[in-house]
Design a protein around this ligand. Structure first.
Ligand code: FES
Length: 158
């Protein structure tokens, strides 16, 4: 198991914004992309997007709260994001996702009835050399094995 030191997800968002020419009119697309990567849009990511697009935070926040397909918080006390991008998929992301879904009896995008855990998926979080990887409460755990996944799940319910 390897903990990643840097959060490459911001680099991916930056790259996508650059591709879109930092166009303010691309805000919704950028927020979509950001949510796909982070699983939800928290204050830090909204602030990051606002700053890079040179938009007031209130505007970005307003758009994110207006559309119901944007999630501003994961509902659960803990959040697990399972990367299902190509590199992670090839290295067993699907099995990891199934383990989580089976253990907690919920599907990706759902939260346990006791609000303990939300399971989310993301399309590549930018650390493919660490595939397969999961992000638990903002800690990226790379090269994770199924046994290690089970240990992490045990930790979550302690
Ligand atoms: S596919 Fe998982 S980090 Fe890139």
């Amino acid at each position: 198991m390897l903990l990643a030191n840097t959060d490459n997800r911001y680099k991916i968002i930056e790259k996508n914004m650059k591709k879109l020419g930092y166009e303010r009119s691309s805000l919704i697309e950028i927020l979509h992309n950001t949510q796909e990567i982070f699983g939800y849009l928290d204050k830090n990511t909204l602030r990051f997007v606002a700053k890079r697009l040179k938009l007031p935070l209130s505007k970005v926040y307003g758009v994110a709260t207006f559309y119901n397909f944007f999630r501003l918080t994961p509902k659960g006390k803990h959040t697990t994001i399972i990367c299902t991008g190509t590199a992670c998929y090839v290295k067993g992301a699907d099995d990891i996702l199934k383990l989580f879904e089976k253990r907690f009896s919920i599907k990706s995008g759902e939260t346990t009835s006791d609000d303990l855990l939300s399971i989310l998926t993301a399309r590549c979080v930018g650390s493919c050399s660490l595939a397969p990887l999961i992000v638990i409460d903002n800690n990226t755990i790379g090269n994770i094995t199924l046994d290690e996944v089970k240990m992490e799940m045990d930790e979550l319910i302690k």
